[in-house]
Design a protein around this ligand. Structure first.
Ligand SMILES: *Cc1c(COP(=O)(O)O)cnc(C)c1O
Length: 389
């Protein structure tokens, strides 16, 4: 089946009621025909539901559909994107293990590694995302995991995933890719050699800013046993209602991603012509350092555009405050266009040195382009840019 067909048709196993839409199973536990059946289920001798901390038919439908779209054998849904990363780390790593990660990561992921995993004796080294030699050089005998986002948040840097997967496997490491910005509609890291895909379902998989959720996708062993074991025991579970919202979100994912990317590409070109704008970060622009990966690794430039204004934080804040249509919020992947000042929000808990290291300046603004008319988005930003010119 093609991608669009899988997005609409997989995951739902119709019940004897003959429902056409996917049902929401709001039940915490499941009933057994007999004590012997209960015992067989708990012993793992018989397939079937026991308790919604670890299996629920609505959550399973979402997992099956997302696995089908990413091309993975198994998917485990989680309560949030962060708990997906946590479950992956808890399943895979132990004290003394080492992570190599890209310097440009979602701010909270960096915090999770530096503040919490470090406390349990898991050390993380950071490298420049696109620099494959740096990845290789940072790997130690105890390195277990390579972790990256491509494109990165918020500067849209990219890494050649095929080559990074080769480095990981040559050195006996697992490669996990946070595929939040592209989604499987634009990029499928497993097909490029990655072992695990992470999602914040909160973003484009939902697509309308309603629910928080996450997922890990990969093979039967790493995801079906290692990550699932953590979920079953520690319990950062996705609720059936949220799973239903994401399940329906996946049906329109490809259409939405195409529309987001078309608008973002147009906006990026227009921003580059504005005198108050110093630099635009968008993979679809020919001057983007990894532009050659667009059309090869990821289908389009995606829906996120970042840019530096010439007047630092004062200018960035004034620009943000002069918009009337755009939403001032840190979320992305919504039908509504959002505008963010990363240095004081999503990356505000990093030290100024850490921010400078990643290249997040005081004048940086991130726009997650929504599904409104592009002329209205541009007009809204034009007002702000005029105010700071
Ligand atoms: C939002 C986000 C996360 C975290 O996801 P939550 O659902 O908010 O926990 C992880 N990675 C990226 C790239 C994100 O944008």
């Amino acid at each position: 089946m093609g991608f669009a067909t899988r997005a609409v048709r997989t995951g739902h196993h119709r019940t004897p009621e003959g429902e056409h839409g996917e049902p929401i199973f709001t039940t915490s536990s499941f009933v057994f025909a007999s004590a012997a059946e209960a015992a067989a289920r708990f012993a793992g001798e018989q397939q079937g539901n026991i308790y919604s901390r670890f299996t629920n038919p609505t959550v399973a439908a979402f997992e099956e559909r997302l696995a089908a779209l990413e091309g993975g054998e198994r998917c485990v849904a989680t309560a949030s994107g962060m708990s997906a990363i946590l479950a992956l780390c808890m399943g895979l790593l132990q004290t003394g293990d080492h992570i190599v990660a890209s310097r440009s990561l979602f701010g909270t992921t960096t915090l999770l590694f530096n503040t919490y995993l470090a406390r349990f004796g898991v050390d993380t080294s950071y490298v420049t995302l696109a620099d494959l030699d740096a990845w290789e050089a940072a790997i130690r005998p105890e390195t277990r995991l390579l972790f990256c986002e491509t494109p990165s948040n918020p500067l849209t840097e990219m890494v050649d995933l095929r080559r990074l997967a080769e480095v990981a496997h040559r050195r006996g490491c697992v490669l996990a890719v946070d595929n939040c910005f592209c989604t499987p509609a634009l990029q499928r890291p497993l097909e490029l050699g990655a072992d695990l895909v992470i999602h914040s379902a909160t973003k484009y998989l939902d697509g309308q800013g309603r629910c928080v959720g996450g997922a890990v996708v990969g093979d039967r062993k790493l995801v079906g046993e290692t990550v699932f074991g953590v979920l079953r025991t520690a319990g950062p579970t996705m609720s059936p209602f949220n799973a239903w919202v994401f399940l329906k979100g996946l049906e329109t994912l490809e259409l939405r991603m195409r529309a987001h990317a078309r608008a973002a590409s147009q906006l990026a070109g227009w921003l580059g012509l504005q005198p108050a704008v110093e630099r635009v970060y968008y993979p679809g622009l020919p001057d983007h350092p990894q532009h050659h990966l667009v059309g090869v690794q990821q289908r389009t430039g995606g829906g996120i555009v970042a840019f530096d204004v010439r007047s630092g934080q004062t200018g960035a804040w004034r620009l943000i405050d002069s918009t009337r249509l755009l939403s001032i919020t840190a979320n992305l992947g919504d039908a509504k266009t959002t505008i963010t000042h990363p240095a004081t929000t999503t990356h505000g808990r990093l030290t100024p040195e850490e921010r400078a290291d990643v290249g997040i300046g005081e004048g940086l603004v991130r726009v997650a382009v929504g599904l409104e008319d592009i002329a209205d988005i541009q007009a809204d930003l034009a007002r702000g840019l005029k105010a700071i010119s």
